[in-house]
Design a protein around this ligand. Structure first.
Ligand code: ATP
Length: 327
């Protein structure tokens, strides 16, 4: 089911949480709402879900205006950061919950529910855990149960609010890859909120970048990363070297700062201030004669070839510079 939000405004008292936000999610896409804390991502998700009524604007699902419809009438599944599983129910009972509480006429029979639960647990790779209780599972496993539970009622749209926010880095990465694969399999129109750039860039079809209740840019991960529309998007999506901060703004990514032992061409002289070796990367901080401090990143092997260390003279050149008019 496609989602369309048109000119949404939402105030909380004098505070403008959403300020004329418009967004289109084509059927079957996985879209990330990305932005700093308080920028309005969750509010938009709640407006789409019908948990929050916008002051003005329109929400349509599959072309049908649902602005005034309650959450129950929208065919939406939810997964939140804090997996609200029922502790006294097994995994299978948790997944079955949405089906068992349906009205008598809509409720499938027991055998159909059992078959659906088995199918969903297989989908989230937890068929072995059907009889366990939530406390006997890891955080990542619980989040997969929450997802299976959301899918059980056959939603047309899935909304995820920081679904992996409470988990540690390795589990996050694993669930991220897994969610992308799951999405490739079931193609359910999905919107997820995150403040993690990497997460958005890695798994979304489209990334929507929020800032202070407005959308700064919408594009594929490659579009927003390679061609950030505004200085805010550039800075939010990765480490930024500010080559010039007045008049015209000039930014460069650390991996676009080239270092050399040799002078010449457009290389400028600098001194190495720090070297951090992190995993397979070398992060090198240099300071040039004008006092400008820059961060350069390269594969460790490449840095070793330079055979240089802290305090030594080096030459640098930004390979790629992005310019914005100063506002
Ligand atoms: N019910 C409410 N009453 C008053 N203010 C609210 C309410 N809900 C949200 N806000 C405010 O609206 C702003 C946007 O909140 P929202 O939750 O949409 O941000 P977010 O981008 O999802 O941030 P986070 O990543 O921290 O969840 C915040 O400043 C928040 O304090």
């Amino acid at each position: 089911m496609s989602i369309q939000a048109d000119h949404i405004r939402k105030q909380f008292g004098a505070f403008s949480a959403l300020n004329d936000v418009s967004l289109q999610v084509p059927e079957g896409q996985l879209v990330a709402l990305l932005g700093p804390s308080g920028s309005g991502k969750t509010t938009l998700l709640r407006v789409i879900a019908g948990l929050e009524i916008p002051d003005s604007g329109r929400v349509s699902l599959a072309g049908r205006d649902v602005t005034g419809a309650g959450p129950g009438e929208r065919g939406i599944g939810f997964v939140f950061q804090h997996y609200a599983l029922f502790r006294h129910m097994t995994v299978a009972q948790n997944v079955a919950f949405g089906l068992t509480v349906k009205g008598r006429h809509e409720r499938p029979d027991r055998a159909t529910i059992d078959a659906k639960v088995a199918e969903l647990l297989k989908l989230v790779q937890l068929d072995w855990a059907a009889g366990r209780y939530p406390t006997q599972l890891s955080g990542g496993q619980r989040q997969r149960v929450a997802l299976a539970r959301a899918l059980a009622v056959g939603p047309q749209v899935l909304l995820l609010d920081e679904p992996f926010g409470a988990l540690d880095a390795a589990v996050r990465q694993e669930l991220r890859d897994w969610l992308r694969e799951l999405h490739n399999e079931i193609h359910l129109t999905s919107v997820f909120v995150t403040h993690d750039q990497q997460e958005a860039l890695e798994i979304a079809d489209q990334v929507v970048v929020f800032n202070e209740g407005r959308i700064e840019q919408i594009g594929t991960p490659d579009e927003v990363y390679e061609h950030p529309a505004t200085p805010f998007v550039y800075r939010f999506l990765g480490k930024t070297n500010v080559l010039r901060g007045e008049g015209v703004l000039e930014y460069a990514r650390p991996h676009d700062i080239e270092l050399s032992r040799e002078s010449g061409g457009d290389f400028r002289q600098a001194q190495i201030r720090h070297v951090h070796l992190v995993g397979s990367e070398a992060r090198v901080e240099v300071q040039d004669a004008g006092g400008l401090v820059l961060s350069a990143e390269m594969p460790k092997a490449q840095f070793r070839e330079l055979a240089m260390g802290t305090g030594e003279q080096v030459y640098y050149r930004p390979r790629r510079v992005t310019r914005y008019p100063a506002t």
